[in-house]
Design a protein. Structure first.
Lengths: 365, 608
């Protein structure tokens, strides 16, 4: 193959697909990108066998068609370093010569016929929403997913589409985050768990606030996100996701409304005096005031009171402050609400129009 | 064509299970000698026992009319009816050993009872039993086994070199000997005496004769009674731990026997003090009523099963743990109790009273008349004798007056409490200190780790137990046995912050986990408790919690390579002076190496 194209565009395309290339794989061929050059342009493809990314570059002058494997890490590093606006790539016998601005580089590829095949997803379960909106939903849910890689943890986010509403839910068993979006036109229904890794990769490809459409298609074992010319396909996680609707409290004895910034600052200050091994702060809701305290026999004691709007009886409850701080970090509301009942019952934070967060308290015995 | 096997062949096959190598022959013969009431037992072996094994005892001897039956299989004088199997008080009970040995070697017995004028002799050659002949011989029995496996060349090929086989015999006799301090045992190999164990040695002395003085110095005596169950013996200081488990010696009613949950429980008790991959040394005997233990579960009788294995494991764990903690506690109390002239804190433990591990007096030997006047087939001693060779101190306080006070836990004092405040940091890693006993070299990381660990643990113990509630109960599928156990201990676990309850006939649900372990996957936490079969539930959960403090302490401690100011070193040593366990980091690595005055003087030839 032989092509001439814009360097920045090529660098971006290579960057997008490289994000799925494994850093260390026992199958070294996966460290490559597959480039398929046809009359109109290039299709770039990479996979780690759990996930695959594909993108298309059209503004290319093609002199010779062909297939080629390029080592991903070297190719993207090289494109980043080059400064000329254009590059030419010329390959024969799995050797690819890249020329740009007076420099000439040869990258050794491998046999393209040995590379895994592209997956074609067949599915009629599709929905479409603005890409920036999905990005927010991912941000509002994924942080609550389990990070530890154990057999029992769900390292993924539930995508639940039913009755015209798409819900993204994640939990690590101690807290649960739920972000939802009505999609009127949606007829399809699905309920699948998408690995965190795929969502992190996808998030990197979407600019904040993008209004461009993004399509989600769900098959038996895979999910596919199509955004512009880029596609990301991921295997689904096979696991039983807990019944999240049963977990979200429907009613509460006490409701507290508080400025997000005030709550965040109070928590940050008190958390300093938690002990390392037991991250715990105490919330006491009294008459139009919230008192947050923490105590460690080795460090000392913190006691912060703030004015709040209280409806209901008041009471006290203990939380891991990190759980709340992590959620506040992705919260965009100025005013948040806490609904709580008993010191051993789940508490609900309302952190957005369509962003709900449930935290289990720490109780005594 | 199906044929029944000739009896000789059947015995040869059975012999494979009983007689594996010369050491197993020696074991069977010595056990028989002990069962026959022998007090003085002499073992002679040539070429590692492959050519000749001879065991001579001064026991009751064979009745001449029993001799033809000696080599017959399933012939025993030790039990007659099935019920007897429930309370076996002798080492042998199957009537299998001599038949098996006789079928794979040239064996002979000469024996005379003390009430007969003449002895008798019988041969058995590859399973062919000869006629008894009168002969002259001293009272007692003499069994001789020549040409082991001469007729089963396949087995013969599996024998190791005579040297190796001899070593195994020696090991085996030593192990047997620790259970019976009342026996006088001699091992002669190729004409040379290699083991000489006079009757009446203390357990520590005998340990020293068998395994060397060095090891025997670091032994702590232990003794505890839990109702009908008693645990006694010696346990080794953690720094004696070995890379193999050869000196983990467990006895049940005088019989050396493995039982996995018991061994595991002892190791758990040591865990905090040992490095990974190290095994403690100990010789512990569990004495309990014979009907509480099944000895008939293994062809070579190497394993036993307890009716209540958790209880036994729990008692062992508690005994060992208490002894190790006691030693540490006494150490941090300031070490004043220790005689200053002791060259090393760990030497000079009080020797064990004699009847801890078998009787030094004649009590264990049954009255000869009882055996002679009884019908030929009896269960020796039956229930009137306490479990094999033991007489508990509680039953007979006069035998050992200071027993009830219990041996004061001998302890290594906290070396930092007594250091004089002078120090030097070398290689940004070690601290050299001047202690009252000599020169101390401290690993700064290991010591600091211990300091942080004990602080975290103290902080944890001081506050109320807290539970991270779970959003959705974690359901864990379990074996019925595991589930039953969990239900039983649910309250104990809840007291440490792990809330579990029944979910379905085959599953349990976890509702909350200790808040300090909130990051551990609940199912993994539960499985870790189950995998740790043996000790009690609460200590096991506490260990899981301690594990977390270990890793936190490791991260918080100063590293090797950190240069410390004098103030920092002084503060570290100050903190170390009140440690509960100053000698090991939480992972069991030593924190301090001591060169005693004596050692330094010897090295520099200032004194010999
Ligand atoms: N040294 C000995 N002195 C006196 N009697 C002995 C001696 N050795 C064996 N006997 C007698 O021979 C019998 C058979 O011994 P053998 O070792 O084959 O069986 P056992 O000891 O009863 O059971 P096991 O097979 O479990 O050892 C014994 O029951 C005992 O009566
Ligand atoms: Mg026997």
């Amino acid at each position: 193959m032989k092509i001439l194209c814009d360097r920045t565009q090529l660098q971006e395309a290579v960057g997008v697909v490289s994000s799925v290339v494994p850093t260390k794989s026992p199958k070294p061929i996966l460290h490559n990108l597959l480039l398929r050059v046809d009359d109109e342009g290039i299709t770039l493809f990479a996979t780690d066998l759990e996930m695959a990314a594909k993108t298309r570059l059209d503004a290319v002058k093609v002199s010779r068609k062909g297939l080629l494997l390029l080592p991903a890490r070297e190719a993207s590093a090289l494109l980043r370093e080059l400064s000329d606006p254009t590059v030419t790539m010329d390959s024969t016998d799995q050797r690819c010569r890249i020329e740009s601005g007076g420099g000439s580089f040869v990258l050794l590829g491998e046999d393209p016929s040995q590379f895994p095949e592209e997956i074609k997803l067949v599915s009629n379960k599709r929905v479409e929403l603005p890409a920036g909106r999905l990005l927010r939903m991912i941000q509002e849910s994924a942080f609550a997913a389990a990070r530890e890689e154990t057999r029992y943890a769900i390292n993924g986010v539930l995508f639940d589409l039913a009755a015209g509403c798409l819900r993204l839910v994640a939990t690590d068993g101690r807290r649960l985050a739920l972000s939802y979006q009505n999609i009127d036109a949606a007829q399809a229904e699905f309920k699948v768990v998408v690995p965190l890794r795929a969502l992190t990769t996808l998030s990197r490809a979407i600019p904040e606030g993008s209004k461009d459409p993004l399509q989600i298609a769900v098959g038996d074992k895979q999910i596919e996100f199509t955004f512009g010319k880029t596609q990301l396909i991921s295997q689904l996680l096979e696991c039983r996701f807990p019944d999240y609707e049963g977990v979200v409290p429907k009613a509460a004895d006490t409701s507290v409304e508080i400025q997000k910034a005030v709550l965040e600052s109070a928590l940050r200050k008190t958390a300093i005096l938690c002990s390392d091994d037991l991250r715990m702060v105490k919330f006491e809701v009294g008459d139009q005031a919230l008192r947050i305290t923490a105590e460690s026999s080795a460090r000392g004691r913190a006691d912060v009171s703030v004015d709040v709007n209280v409806k209901g009886a008041g009471g006290s409850i203990n939380f891991n402050p990190d759980y709340i701080l992590e959620a506040l970090r992705v919260c965009q509301l100025d005013q948040v609400r806490l609904d709580m009942s008993d010191d051993s019952m789940p508490a609900k934070f309302t952190l957005g129009e369509s962003f709900t967060y449930v935290v289990m308290p720490i109780s005594g015995t | 064509m199906i044929r029944s096997l000739a009896p000789e062949v059947v015995n040869q096959i059975a012999a494979g299970e009983v007689v594996e190598r010369p050491a197993s022959v020696v074991k069977e013969l010595v056990e028989n000698a002990i069962d026959a009431g022998g007090r003085r037992i002499r073992v002679e072996v040539d070429a590692g026992g492959c050519e000749r094994i001879r065991v001579i005892d001064d026991g009751d001897g064979f009745l001449p009319e029993d001799l033809p039956l000696a080599f017959a299989s399933h012939a025993t004088s030790k039990l007659s009816v099935l019920q007897d199997l429930d309370h076996i008080a002798t080492l042998g009970f199957r009537g299998e050993a001599l038949a098996s040995i006789g079928s794979v070697a040239r064996a002979s017995i000469r024996s005379r009872r003390h009430d007969r004028d003449a002895g008798a002799e019988i041969h058995c050659d590859g399973g062919r039993i000869g006629e008894p002949q009168p002969c002259g011989c001293p009272t007692g029995s003499q069994l001789e086994i020549r040409d082991l496996f001469y007729n089963t060349p396949a087995r013969r090929r599996f024998l190791k070199s005579p040297g190796t086989e001899k070593a195994r015999i020696q090991e085996l006799l030593a192990e047997l000997a620790l259970a019976r301090l009342d026996l006088d045992l001699t091992l002669v190999a190729d004409g040379r005496e290699v083991l000489r164990l006079p009757a009446g040695q203390s357990l520590t002395e005998r340990f020293a004769s068998c395994f060397g003085r060095e090891l025997a110095r670091g032994l702590l005596p232990v003794e505890r009674a839990f109702g009908e169950l008693r645990v006694e013996g010696v346990i080794g200081e953690p720094d004696l731990a070995r890379r193999d488990s050869k000196l983990e010696l467990l006895y049940v009613n005088g019989r050396q026997a493995r039982e996995n949950s018991a061994v595991h429980a002892i190791r758990q008790a040591y865990r905090e003090f040992l490095m990974g991959g190290r095994f403690p040394i100990y010789a512990l005997t569990v004495a309990l009523p014979p009907d509480q233990v099944d000895v008939n579960v293994h062809p070579r009788k190497a394993e036993v099963r307890f009716l209540e294995s958790r209880k036994v494991a729990g008692c062992l764990h508690e005994t060992v743990r208490a002894a190790l903690q006691g030693r540490a506690a006494a150490a941090s109390a300031g070490g004043v109790a220790l005689a200053p002239e002791l060259p090393r804190a760990r030497s000079g433990f009080p020797d064990l009273p004699r009847d801890l591990f078998g009787r030094a007096d004649g009590g264990a030997v049954p009255e000869p008349t009882a055996a002679t006047s009884a019908p030929p087939v009896v269960v020796r001693d039956g229930a009137d004798r306490p479990p094999f060779g033991h007489k508990s101190a509680t039953q007979d306080p006069a035998a050992n007056p200071d027993q009830n006070a219990g041996p004061a836990p001998a302890a290594r004092p906290n070396p930092f409490a007594r250091a004089n405040g002078r120090f030097l940091q070398v290689h940004d890693l070690y601290l050299l200190l001047e202690g009252p006993d000599g020169l101390l070299i401290v690993d700064q990381h290991a010591l600091h780790e211990r300091v942080v660990y004990e602080r975290l643990r103290a902080e944890h113990r001081a506050r109320a137990v807290t539970v991270q509630q779970l959003l959705v109960p974690t359901v864990v599928e379990l074996h019925p046995g595991e589930k039953a156990w969990l239900l039983e201990v649910a309250e104990d676990l809840a007291a440490e912050g792990l809330q579990v309850g029944e979910f379905s006939p085959s599953a349990m649900a976890i509702y909350g986990v200790p808040a300090v372990l909130a990051k551990t996957a609940p199912e993994r936490l539960l499985r870790a408790l189950l995998a740790d079969d043996g000790a009690d539930a609460r200590p096991r959960l506490r260990e899981q919690i301690s594990e977390r403090f270990h890793s936190m302490a490791c991260r918080a401690a100063v590293m090797g390579g950190d240069r410390l100011t004098d103030e920092e070193i002084a503060a570290l040593l100050q903190a170390a002076s009140t440690l509960e366990h100053p000698h090991n980091c939480p992972h069991g690595r030593p924190t301090v190496l001591t060169f005693t005055h004596g050692e330094l003087e010897r090295y520099f030839r200032r004194r010999c």
